[in-house]
Design a protein. Structure first.
Length: 268
């Protein structure tokens, strides 16, 4: 079972967790950090090669969590244009296209292999979707999407995989294609999520930033950092809050604390 609560408070660590995090001060060497940055695309491509389309579950929760996908319509059957920035293999995209027939979706990902999986999906249709490979930190989105043309951008578990110094470039890029008055819907890892506490010593790249064994990276957001990031690129904050879940494994008597950050940021 899962228990969920939303709110502005970050998760409080147990004394043992706090002590363990405080001790973990050694950072990965500059040489290795530079190598990880250079090989980021290769590492994600290998991730999708290993896991194919089986790693992430289809995210049928998206419209439940983000009622805005329905609420942003001015009339009931209005056709919406969305961008899924960092679409992976389409776990969020295809449930959305199935559920809502009045959506045209742009979908891009860093990994060429992931984009190929999207295009090979039986639900992929060029009439309803355009998938393309893109490095959101440097490839201009307006080469594939007209400026000021998108009603909703979803940025779901994507920004955390990008170096914190380059996150603003992603938001600047997205800003160009979003219609004025429309929103980015954000969900990603929050500070002190269970995944953050599981990293072994020697995995730390910087404050709240870690590398997994496969070379992919993960950042854990605070509400303040996320707010500053979006506001610096000209967005207005509509919502920004921690979502805390406790996933209980009754067999093993384990309680796993999951922490996400969920937000909505508007282009004026």
């Amino acid at each position: 079972g899962a228990f969920q609560k939303k709110g502005h408070g970050a998760r409080t660590l147990s004394p043992e967790e706090a002590e363990r995090l405080a001790k973990d001060k050694v950072l990965v060497t500059d040489f290795k950090q530079t190598k990880l940055e250079k090989e980021a695309q290769k590492n994600w491509d290998l991730f999708y090669k290993r896991n194919s389309t089986n790693f992430f579950k289809d995210r049928h929760w998206t419209t439940r969590e983000f009622q805005e996908l329905k609420a942003c319509r001015e009339f009931a059957d209005q056709k919406l244009t969305i961008l899924e920035a960092g679409c992976g293999v389409g776990n969020c995209l295809f449930p959305l296209l199935e559920e809502d027939l009045n959506i045209f979706a742009y979908a891009c990902d860093f990994s060429p292999r992931a984009v190929e999986y999207v295009k090979k999906n039986s639900l992929y249709s060029p009439e309803r979707c355009k998938a393309f490979q893109c490095d959101l930190t440097k490839d201009d989105l307006t080469e594939n999407i007209p400026a000021d043309s998108v009603d909703v951008v979803t940025l779901i578990f994507v920004l955390s995989a990008i170096h914190p110094d380059k996150m603003r470039l992603v938001l600047k890029n997205i800003y160009q294609v979003l219609k004025p008055g429309k929103c980015v819907l954000f969900r990603d890892y929050g500070l002190y999520d269970h995944a953050m506490l599981r990293f072994k010593s020697g995995s730390k790249l910087g404050e709240n930033f870690y590398v997994r064994q496969d070379g992919t990276r993960s950042y854990f957001f605070t509400e303040e950092f996320l707010s500053q990031l979006f506001k610096a690129e000209g967005y207005e904050q509509v919502a920004n809050e921690y979502v805390q879940r406790e996933t209980v494994n009754r067999k093993e008597g384990l309680c796993v604390p999951r922490v996400f950050l969920q937000g909505k940021f508007q282009k004026p």
